[in-house]
Unconditional design. Sequence first.
Length: 463
Amino acid sequence: MFVKHMFPGGTHPHEGVNGKAVNSGNAIRELPAPARVVIPLSQHIGAPCKPIVQKGDLVLAGQKIGEAGGFVSAPVHSSVSGKVVGIEPVELANGSTVSAVVIENDFQNNWVELHPAEHPETLTAQELQTIVREAGIVGMGGATFPTQVKITPPKGKTIEKLVINGAECEPYLTADHRLMLEKPAEIIDGIHLMMLALDVKEAHVGVENNKMDAVEALRAAAKNVEGITIHDLPVRYPQGGEKQLVYALTRRKVPTGGLPLDVGCVVSNVGTVYAIQQAIREGRPLVQRVTTVGGLVNNPGNFLVSVGTPIDTLLEACGGMQSGARMLISGGPMMGMAITRTDIPVTKGTSGVLVLGEEAVDPVESACINCGRCLRACPMQLMPTLLDRCVRADRYDEAEKYGIMNCIECGACTFVCPAKRLLTQSCRQGKKVITTRKKAEAAKKAAAEAAKKAAEEQSKKEA
């Protein structure tokens, strides 16, 4: 008998002040756009955008200001109307520095003319894919992979099932929960439209059972829509990992080093399908997103935020930070990134801004006691403590042999470790070193082949 949700490993992270229990009851509030927005030209996995505006230009809200830099890319649009005052480098939450378009808000909120699709059901899959691409939609669960690429499967790959992530398994975050409660019909419509773009007849939505109100709202909205099933799943982190969710809802195992499309699935987040619905039905590009602000703030909440809004504007909207604040995180506490400044802009992938206390500060590590908790917690069935030892000893070939590249960096191993060892961080560092080495080796090989070819051509000419 098929039992849903039984992926291996996992854990149950706890929360501190102003977590899900508080914020899940806070309705989404639209945050007024600030006097100046800073819109990065790289908010996605893939090639950065090329600016198509310059200093002094007047722009409208929703106007494209950055053209996609390749197939794996996504255009960016202005979230306000106003004047371009510069194209400057800006630091993102992940520590990278990218070019950004800085726009002075005129507070007129004048929009570019929108072009909704009147009869989307009559459009071809390619036409729907083009709308999604031009709207700049990316994965809004945090990965920010260009959605148009996901819904354009390569030749030889047949997609049979659409898997929708409504798990929101990270502690504190409630943006997706509120979106499912407040926009269930739009989410179901977005799933329907995504099914048309993929030409699939079956969609499965996974929501953890600590959000049964959202489950019921989606089931009611999907009652008369064929092919969409809403599943309530047990609370277990990382239930929202795409490989874990695919297995939970379809019992298909994504192969080592593979992707969901290798088993006939495409995975998308509820926020992403809502953005797809808005792009197709309303003609709206992705210039706003729902973001949770929680932890040690005076008035936590869920906000509809304009892309390019500085994080300090969000914190001010929450009445500022409480005493005892020690760490600021963009994203969730398990997979988010610690940041040291508050002028970093909100991007398409900013699911949350958390203020945490002393408990979040990296503890002092002690020796591994070989308890095995990290092995039991790892959803990828790796051996985190062994990988940690390999990385610390610079034995990267050995780490790769033991599967380090399959680590999804969910943080479960670090969370359960009684010795407070930074196992996830070791794996992340090891993966980075291995990837860098492989790129260098590939470049060296390509250069050698090019030199050999040039020498052969020169030899032919001389002959």
